[in-house]
Design a protein around this ligand. Structure first.
Ligand SMILES: *Cc1c(COP(=O)(O)O)cnc(C)c1O
Length: 216
């Protein structure tokens, strides 16, 4: 079932769109099933859970942190994490840079754009994103690379709301790219809205329940 779902999603999207299989709460067995279908990129939202899975599963898996990042836990994932999606403060950027340096690595991350019309706890405005990108340059942080922008659409049945948010995200992403051409990734779209997200310019989708089934 998991293998079939992975294949279905892959067949329905363009080759240059990255599929992140969001495996939070799912077992090693379920992850291996996806892995055996050729899936190598997995997303988790808790650093400890991801670290245990990283230790116990095949080493060629690329682990993405898609959840909100608690700065005091960054050190646990710094040795291996491939991409950190949900960075929303200069403080986290600095800690990520410091921990990356300790591990002799350059860690890629995405800055989280707050786009939802409704109240959401996390994320940055366009101006705050510009300010962080400028600070990284000024401070000369060399062990962190901001590779793009991540956004989460509103949790609503009303797809018109989501479409508006994705259009706005794409517009802001394009505007930011003029000044910061290293921004390449737009991480946008989950199980319910990934098709809409791709239509509006996403090149990285984070799909969990559609692949692995509902989380309990
Ligand atoms: C859980 C999660 C996903 C996957 O959600 P599904 O609706 O199960 O596809 C994607 N992105 C983030 C940030 C998540 O926390």
């Amino acid at each position: 079932m998991i293998q079939k779902k992975i294949k279905e999603i892959r067949d329905s999207i363009n080759k240059d769109i990255e599929l992140v299989a969001v495996s939070k709460t799912k077992s090693k067995k379920e992850i291996l099933e996806a892995y055996n279908a050729g899936q190598k990129v997995f997303g988790e939202n808790k650093i400890q859970e991801m670290t245990v899975k990283h230790e116990e599963l095949p080493k060629d898996i690329k682990w993405h942190m898609v959840g909100h990042v608690q700065s005091n836990k960054i050190k646990y994932m710094a040795p291996y994490v491939e991409l950190v999606h949900g960075i929303d403060s200069l403080k986290s950027v600095k800690i990520l840079n410091k921990e990356a340096k300790k591990n002799n690595r350059v860690i890629k991350c995405l800055l989280q754009l707050k786009i939802s019309e409704e109240f959401t706890k996390f994320g940055l405005s366009k101006i705050e994103i510009e300010s962080i990108l400028n600070s990284i340059n000024i401070l000369g942080l060399k062990n962190i690379k901001v590779a793009g922008i991540m956004t989460i659409g509103s949790f609503t049945e009303n797809m018109n709301v989501v479409i508006k948010e994705f259009e706005k995200s794409k517009k802001i992403f394009n505007e930011l790219k003029i000044t910061f051409p290293n921004l390449k990734i737009l991480s946008m779209g989950m199980s319910n809205d990934y098709k809409i997200a791709i239509k509006h310019g996403s090149n990285m989708i984070r799909v969990g329940s559609l692949i692995f089934g509902k989380r309990i």
